[in-house]
Write a protein that binds this ligand. Structure first.
Ligand code: SF4
Ligand code: MSK
Length: 633
């Protein structure tokens, strides 16, 4: 059983965010245990073999703990630290990429059902549909929106099981990049194939060369970034609308006293969109009235939050590290979850209140939760059924505590929006952005992405973002990093007074915040497209690796973050992770990832622990790129 913490003991436990602390201090129920308490209560530190990637349990002669450079401490089969670290790393990438691939498959299925009139969604962005169709070689002439959507959906769906021939969206990358991938033999062949090959090659006694393994990890990551994730983002935009700037609020204070609070948690926009539609349905509003509620307050958690914030302006109640605390308010009638990043403990916290936890994906059930299987063909009916259950819970809401804290944000910066806003109404292009980078008003572009994590002691995202904007670096954010940065006000144009003079001058003119929210973790593919457009626009080199651009995931937690990091590195971007990285148990693999990858891809991994270390690496990377381009004398 988990160690119990009495209310008032919070000072012993590192509770991140002011709002989390406030809620846990005032929660109406004693002994709410969150991940922060469990981190503090563990009697053993994380295993160093596991942390450094040198514990192998790929066969039953092990598990083998490998110590690099100690002859007696190689695996029973003879596997050394480099093989084991590379195998484990490849499996992490496979796990992360698989999550995006399965998510993308679900989006394509819903997209096809929509195009065929079998789901209650619509093809909202016809212009983007045509652009996507043309970019994958489909003739758009004289086709209805629906027929074109079916053709696009079927072509992309076929790429999941494809064995040879390459992925359509890979052809969007700059030509030199595509040639490099071809030369290295890492152009992804099919979305699903690369994962199967990783699982085979990392089985006992197959691929035992770290570099060969890491090439397959890169290939799989590319099948994610330029394949699955891009498919998911592009088709979600076509189906639910391409994001445009939109105001909303984030943090637990978005919960409402007088409405039925329904939090929607996970990753897939399909469920959340249906709940959004149902929440406005007259039948549902009538049901709310009957129990004395003014309506349904739909609020997101984790990346589902980012999906519905970007497209619909629904508020976000919390990021990953707030999921249990949102429920600890006692003011949530239902938490509806789909897939990924849902802690099992939300079930235990929900049990302490009237809150119903509802799982909706047959792939993701949780003991103690009510399971209502979601099917896009009956999306609206199922969404209404879920909301009716939540409404019934409203009269059962007992003592609760809703903090006042929430923050204004402006989100919705798809790459199309950036193109339009920074390019101007009549000449939408990346040229003004490139020009401002060349003239030095903007030093470069940095992406801060990924999760937040209870094991990290500081608000890393925020400190890094503040320092970067002060140095005239334009910051792009996605995922839970976006929510944590949003909580501090940096996603609002009012924060421009914290930016350096050059960045401020450029962004003030167009009314942008200094940090641009580009969406969920799947939406990192938008950053790939934006980077490609910057290359295509000219003046900043011929390939992505030459751009003054850099990425970071300072509080990464999930395998998906590693897959994302690897597709950026393989696309030529330097990426900083920390405070740990799962290959450091092998000197050879560390040298390869942190140094040699730079020669192979033009970008490599970096490791940092403190915010100042992140900032130094990021600013140095941008400065070096500017020097190499000859734009800084
Ligand atoms: Fe040990 Fe080799 Fe088996 Fe891994 S594959 S558990 S290193 S014997
Ligand atoms: S939800 S993957 S904690 S960003 Fe995308 Fe947040 Fe990381 Fe999950």
């Amino acid at each position: 059983t988990s160690r119990r913490f009495k209310k008032g003991n919070e000072s012993e436990v590192l509770i991140q965010t002011e709002t989390n602390r406030e809620v846990l201090k005032n929660a109406p129920v004693e002994n709410i245990v969150t991940a922060a308490h469990r981190v503090a209560g563990r009697s053993v530190e994380p295993c160093l073999f596991g942390q450094g990637g040198t514990c192998c349990r790929n066969c039953n002669m092990g598990p083998c703990q490998i110590i690099d450079g100690v002859e007696q401490m190689i695996g029973v089969c003879g596997a050394d630290a480099s093989t084991v670290a590379a195998r484990n790393f490849a499996r992490i990438v496979a796990g992360g990429a698989a999550s995006h691939m399965d998510h993308a498959r679900g989006v394509v299925m819903a997209f096809l059902a929509t195009a065929k009139g079998e789901a209650p969604y619509e093809i909202k962005d016809g212009i983007k549909l045509r652009q996507v169709a043309m970019s994958i070689g489909i003739d758009v002439a004289e086709k209805s929106k629906e027929d074109l959507a079916i053709e696009v959906g079927e072509k992309l769906m076929a790429e999941f099981g494809q064995q040879e021939g390459g992925l359509s969206f890979v052809k969007r990358a700059p030509k030199p990049r595509q040639e490099l991938w071809k030369k290295l033999g890492i152009g992804p062949r099919g979305v699903d194939r690369e994962i199967t090959e990783i699982m085979h090659r990392t089985h006992m006694g197959v691929d035992q060369h770290y570099e060969n393994l890491l090439f397959q990890a890169a290939r799989t990551a590319l099948a994610d970034g330029w394949g699955a994730s891009m498919i998911a983002t592009e088709l979600s935009d076509v189906m639910f609308g391409t994001p445009v700037p939109i105001r909303s609020r984030v943090d637990i204070g978005v919960l409402k006293e007088d409405e039925v609070n329904v939090t929607v948690h996970g990753h897939e926009p399909i469920l959340a969109e249906a709940l959004g539609m149902a929440a406005r349905d007259p039948e549902i509003l009538e049901e709310c009235k009957k129990v004395g509620a003014k309506g349904i307050n739909l609020a997101g958690v984790c990346c589902t939050g980012n999906e519905i914030l970007m497209r619909k302006g629904f508020p976000i109640a919390g990021s990953f590290i707030q999921q249990e605390v949102v429920l600890a308010t006692g003011a949530v009638e239902a938490m509806v979850v789909d897939v990924q990043c849902i802690m099992q403990n939300v079930s235990r916290v929900a049990e302490q209140f009237h809150t119903e936890l509802i799982t909706t994906s047959d792939k993701a059930k949780i003991p103690g939760a009510t399971h209502i299987s979601f099917d896009e063909h009956r999306a609206l009916d199922i969404a209404k059924e879920i909301l009716k259950r939540a409404i019934k819970k409203f009269p059962e809401r007992g003592k609760h505590f809703v903090p006042v804290r929430s923050m204004d944000v402006v989100a919705g910066f798809s790459h199309e929006t950036i193109n339009y806003m920074l390019g101007g109404r009549f000449r939408a292009s990346y040229k003004p952005l490139n020009d401002n980078i060349i003239n030095g008003r903007i030093r470069g572009v940095a992406a801060i992405v990924g999760c937040d994590n209870y094991r990290v002691t500081e608000e890393m995202h925020v400190e890094i973002a503040k320092e970067l904007i002060a140095n005239d670096v334009l910051v792009l954010v996605t995922g839970c990093a976006a929510t944590s940065i949003g909580r501090t006000g940096l996603l609002s144009p009012e924060a421009l007074d914290q930016a350096g003079p050059g960045l401020r001058e450029v962004l003030e003119a167009v009314g942008c915040p200094p940090v641009l929210h580009m969406g969920s973790c799947v939406d990192n593919s938008r950053i790939l497209i934006a980077a490609t457009e910057m290359v295509r626009t000219g003046g900043l080199g011929e390939d992505i690796y030459q751009l003054p651009a850099v990425g970071a995931a300072p509080q990464w937690m999930s395998e998906k973050a590693v897959a994302i990091g690897q597709y950026f590195v393989s696309s030529g971007v330097d990426v900083v992770f920390g405070p740990t990285f799962p290959i450091t148990g092998s000197k050879v693999v560390s040298d390869y990832c942190f140094n040699k990858m730079k020669d192979v891809y033009g970008g490599s991994w970096h490791l940092a622990k403190k915010p100042s270390e992140f900032v130094n690496i990021m600013v140095d990377t941008i400065n070096q790129a500017r020097k190499d381009l000859g734009i800084d004398k």
